[in-house]
Each structure stands twice: as structure tokens, then as C-alpha cells.
Ligand binder design. Sequence first.
Ligand code: UDX
Length: 461
Amino acid sequence: MAKNITVLGTGYVGLVSSVGLADFGNTVTGVDLRTDIVDTLNGGRSTIYEIGLEEYLQRDLESGRLSFTTDGDAAIADADIVFFAVGTPPKADGHADLSQIEAAARQVAANLTGYKVVVTKSTVPVGTNRRVQNIIAEASGKTPGTHFSVVSNPEFLREGKAVQDFFHPDRIVIGYEDDRAREYMEDVYRALYLIQTPFVWCNLETAELIKYASNAFLATKITFINQMANLAEAAGADIHQIAKSMGMDGRISPKFLHPGPGYGGSCFPKDTKAVAATGDEYGVDMSVIKAVIEANDHQKVITAGKLMRLMGGSVSGRTVAVLGLAFKAETDDVRESPAIDIVQELLREGATVRAFDPEAMDNFKTAVVGEGPFGNNLNSDLQEQIAEAAASRLHYCSDEFDALTGADALIIVTEWNAFRNLDMDRAADAMSGRLIFDARNVLDPERAREKGFTYAGVGRV
Ligand code: UDX
């Protein structure tokens, strides 16, 4: 039987989950602290760029099953199930900042008007759901399993494919402790039972670690192919044929074997650091994941350094077109994007940068000068230096050919489809130089060379 659901947090995970759960027939109230976000969402406009999301948002608002509010207390009081989809950003030491999760737990405790299931969908370190259970029990004086139950239900949404991934998940993972909570969750996801989605029922700690293990493995796989590409390039081998042949082994699978400038985004960097920190906490060796973190940071440095080398060692006074600023295609998200490191390096070295991205330029403008979530890692001197350079030598262009105009070199950092089909003739006419560094291997090297370009990819001959 459909449930009354409240989702705390309308960020990337919370908004997609609110819309998806409403579409499954539940009545859903999304909660955010910011009135402007709540008003935008109630007006049927999505606050994040995700293909297909706004259509579902409007359909579910019209159905009367979905609404948004800033009044978390009332929304929790009325709910059978409360989803936590609040942020768990990394602290400087790599541990996840759980302050928003703990505040949400206390808010539930203050509004425990009847039996409720509290579902943590945010990615949280092992043991956090147990901690949520203790906070609610202590703050409310109520007993877990009778007056409330805690469930761990991690998400596996990819940015740019979040709507598709929500409605067609590879699996639903549910950590639970009592049958009543299990029945509630079966009701929530009944629509997925009908399409035979696999369900993994396990304990709280297992569900939490499944999420981290999955992301840390994917980050490891990407880092592996990046290092293999670096070796292939040095040895004169072709990484695409290596990846293709590896993928023919069913145990490896061909997916996630695309070399590039290093992974970014709000998940892999955060989750790999959190797993490493958890290992330290339990005194368990997580040296593989620690090596992945280091190797990925180094891949961004290698990519920027390779561009310098290709341009003869100095870019001072030269113009470089940067196509792609988002951490990957089909998103406007620039968190931990390699483009930030590359553009900062080019500005520091005296280059003029002509940048274009179909969706991510607004977000990039704050992140690259240290105001954005990522840029906060910059020290103040560096922030000032980048801000000054950006003011005079970083140009945001109207399209890829505007970015190419007068450029001595081009680097492709994000694999947008528009760049895969780059018109080489127009590129040659626009550019003053003939160097292409394709850091995502999206172009055909032969076609580029036929047009007189010096082409360099990643691990390609
Ligand atoms: C990831 C996980 O895929 C998803 O299951 C989890 O819920 C959240 O984190 P996301 O970060 O949105 O999703 O993007 P993803 O498509 O996984 O790419 C992550 C990073 O790896 C991007 O920077 C991407 O460019 C890079 N990547 C991915 C590669 O460099 N090569 C690949 O073959 C695949």
C-alpha cells in the first residue's frame, strides 16, 4: 500500500529520489531549507540538470503526489517513511561530515508522532545508520524496532543518467533490522518488483559498505586503465585495443575502461577518501584505495604536464582552447573536475584560455577561482593569483568554434558528443596552431592528422 514519504534534501540524490518515489505511486514531500529552491521546484522547474527529470517533476506535481516545503517538522510528523538525502561532504581529513545527518536524526526524534521508518539514502560511513538509531532513541526515549526503524538504502545513481538509473536500477540494496521495516520498504519499491529488479536484503553495516565497495572498485578500475594507458603510450601500444581485448573476458567487462584525465565528481573522490578513513579507523589496511586516490590526483597533474610538453614546455603568451569543463559529459557538475586543475595550471603558466562547455560554464566560473566547493581547497594566495589571471586571461566562449578562434592548441577534457563530431575543417580555419590533445580519446586520430593537425590522445599510437 502506497506510503506517505518525506525526503530531507532536494540536491542531486534527494530531488531524483522524490520524483522517482512519487512516480512509483507514493505521496512524497521534498524538504529543503532554502525557500527559493522549494519555490522553483513547486513551480515545476528542476534545480539540477538531469535529462528527463523536469518532465517527471511536472507530471508528479500535477498528479498531486509530489510537493516541496521548507517545513521539515510538519513533513516528518505526517510521514510514514523519512528518507535522508542530505549532504555528507568530505572533511579535510577525508572523513565524511555527518552534521546534516545527525541534525536530521534529531529532527525525526522531535516529530515521532507514530511508527516511522527512517531511511538513509545519503552515502554514509559504516556505522552511521547505527548512530542514527542511537540518536533517535536517546533524543525521543523511544525504542528502535517498535516506535521507529532505521534502514540503509544507498543510491547508485550516475550523474547524467540519474533518472534512467532510478527507474532501472541494477539492484536495490536495503539494510534493515526488523520485518515491519522490510514490509514498508517492499511497499515503497513495489513498482520495481514488477520489473524483477534484484533486491539485496542485508544488515545495516553491509548495506553501507556495499555502496563504498562499489564506488571504490569503479574508481580503481578507471585508475587502472589510466595507468595502463600511460604505459601503453610509452611502449607504443594502443590502449583501445588493450581495453577491448580485456573487456572480452567476462570477469572484466568492457565497461569503465575509458582512459582520461582522471575521475572527478562528487562521489568517487569523496567515497574513496571515506573508505580509506574507515580503514584507518578500524586499523585495516586499505593501501589499494589509498594508492588509487594518489594515482588519480597524479593523472590530473600528468594531463596538464603533457599539454605543456606538447606545446614545447612553455604556454606563456600562448592561447589554449579548452573544450569541456564538467567532470563528465551530460552534466553541469564541475566538482573535482580535471578541467579545474588544467585551467588553473594554464593560467598559472601564463596562457590565455578560451573555454567552452555546453552546460557547466556557470558552475565553473565559481569553482575555478576558489569560491566553488572544489576551489575551497586552494590557499588564499593561489586563489588570488588564479582570480587575477582568470579576470584577464580566461574567456568563456559561446560555442566550440568561438573557443577555437585564434587558439595555438586545443585540449578536449570532457567527452560531450558535440566534441566527438568536431568539424575538422572549421577547427583548422578557426585555430592559429595545429595541436590537438584529446584527453578523452573522442576524436579519430587519422582524420585529425589528414587535416594537418598534430594529434595526441591518451595511450594511443
Ligand atoms: C558514480 C557511480 O557510477 C554511481 O554508481 C554512484 O552512485 C555515484 O558515483 P558519477 O560520479 O555520477 O557516478 O559518474 P560516473 O559515470 O561513474 O563517472 C565518474 C568519473 O569517472 C567521471 O569523472 C568520469 O569521467 C570518469 N570515468 C568514468 C572515466 O574516466 N572512465 C570511464 O570509463 C568511466
